[in-house]
Design a protein around this ligand. Structure first.
Ligand SMILES: *Cc1c(COP(=O)(O)O)cnc(C)c1O
Length: 405
């Protein structure tokens, strides 16, 4: 089936997801280099933030050095402090839990649902009803994990492989417990919720990453849009955005010459050189999304005639960026063994497919972390295979007309 959709690998194996760098990216990076403004100050940083705001509809965007840094800053801004717990999906990339740990907090793992691959709102509600209690009143009110006595300080839903999770329901469930939501939208730039979603335009639809108090994106080399390495924090709250920007820039007070800093902070700002690459990629976002969606449609057509596997579809009423197409192998007790056979055969034939991540609660550093029962995520890990999903596999890039910036 991979051969039917992708053809024979020519000139080396076909990667899972590779960046697409055209003459347009080279031109903007070159212009940035020529300007001399390659570091933490320069016109492309603000331009990239405006582009992301336009596509996502977020009120405020702060570009930072990685998706992991974005999550850590967002969690901190949402009030996560050492000694807290944060609800995170066990079916996620390790950065989701690491960002929690870097805040001095403990990840508290929750399960996925089988169709969205995101956090299961019903399972989350049932778990909280079982293990959590509300303490205090008014401004002192907090949700506490009964068994550990620790505050549950945030929920981090993630939009798996670019498909939207059941984000509205998750926000409702969290609100019932007074728990702020920080969305890990690292994989879902271009993914919207709402029936009138057209391309990346926001008209009537709402972009992932804008449902929670804050949301985060990643521009790592394997994501839909890359800045080499990078990320962004999204929020509609002006004071939170200012806080994130301040903490990402060593908490330096504005002054013409003095070095005055008012908090222990980070150097997490995105360099202008990376932002120049990002602006060029954003010029081509609609084109890359169109080709990724065309590729996903080809996989779906191939799956219709096939036995033993299907393509994981986005939830009804959502539009996925189709970051990574996931094939779901038919279940059975030997699913994991079958998955490994499929992966070995694909690699031998030159198609660099990958399984879903090891569920995070099984990693050594999180072995003792609190958790719900996690049967669905465990089963998903045994049956999902991501297949090559680069934009170029859906067709050649369209030339950028007019050039910008
Ligand atoms: C890529 C990714 C991140 C982190 O992004 P980096 O830019 O690599 O730090 C976080 N969460 C998820 C789910 C991701 O896929």
């Amino acid at each position: 089936m991979l051969r039917d959709v992708l053809g024979e690998p020519a000139g080396g194996p076909i990667a899972l997801h590779e960046p697409e760098i055209t003459a347009h990216e080279r031109a903007l990076v070159d212009r940035c280099l020529a300007s001399g403004w390659v570091s933490s100050v320069g016109e492309y940083i603000g331009e990239l933030e405006r582009r992301i705001a336009a596509v996502t509809g977020a009120g405020h965007v702060v570009a930072v050095g990685s998706g992991t840094a974005a999550l850590q800053l967002a969690l901190h801004a949402a009030g996560v402090r050492p000694g807290d717990e944060v609800l995170v999906p066990t079916l996620s990339f390790v950065a989701t839990a690491n960002a929690v740990a870097h805040c001095g907090a403990t990840p508290h793992f929750v399960d996925a649902d089988a169709d969205s691959l995101g956090v299961d709102p019903a399972a989350l509600r049932a778990h909280l009803a079982r293990v959590a209690r509300r303490d205090g009143a008014g401004r002192e009110a907090r949700t506490v994990h009964g068994a550990t006595g620790r505050r549950i300080a945030a929920l981090v839903p993630m939009h798996t492989f670019g498909h939207a999770s059941r984000i509205a329901e998750l926000c409702e469930a969290a609100a019932e417990w007074g728990i702020p939501v920080v969305e890990d939208a690292a994989e879902s730039l271009g993914t919207t919720v709402g029936t009138s979603a057209i391309g990346t335009s926001v008209g009537g639809a709402r972009h992932t990453g804008t449902f929670g108090l804050l949301g985060t994106l990643s521009f790592n080399g394997n994501k839909t849009v890359t800045t080499g390495g990078g990320g962004a924090v999204l929020t509609d709250d002006e004071s939170l955005a200012a806080r994130v920007r301040h903490l990402a820039t060593t908490a330096k007070r504005p002054h013409a010459w003095e070095y005055v800093h008012d908090a222990v902070a980070w150097n997490h700002r995105m360099p202008n050189l990376n932002a120049a690459l990002g602006v060029a990629q954003m010029d081509r976002l609609d084109d890359m999304l169109a080709r990724k969606r065309a590729l996903a449609a080809r996989y779906e057509a191939a799956a219709r005639g096939a036995e033993g596997w299907s393509v994981v579809a986005p939830l009804a009423g959502t539009t996925s960026n189709r970051w990574l197409v996931a094939a779901r192998l038919a279940g059975g007790d030997d699913a994991a063994a079958r998955r490994d056979e499929v992966l070995a055969a694909a690699h031998a034939a030159g198609y660099l497919c990958r399984p879903a991540w090891q569920p995070l609660h099984t990693l050594p550093m999180y072995a003792d972390a609190p958790r719900a029962t996690l049967p669905v995520a465990t089963a998903l890990h045994a049956t999902l295979v991501n297949v090559p999903s680069s934009a170029r596999l859906g067709g050649a890039p369209a030339p950028v007309r007019g050039g910008t910036t």
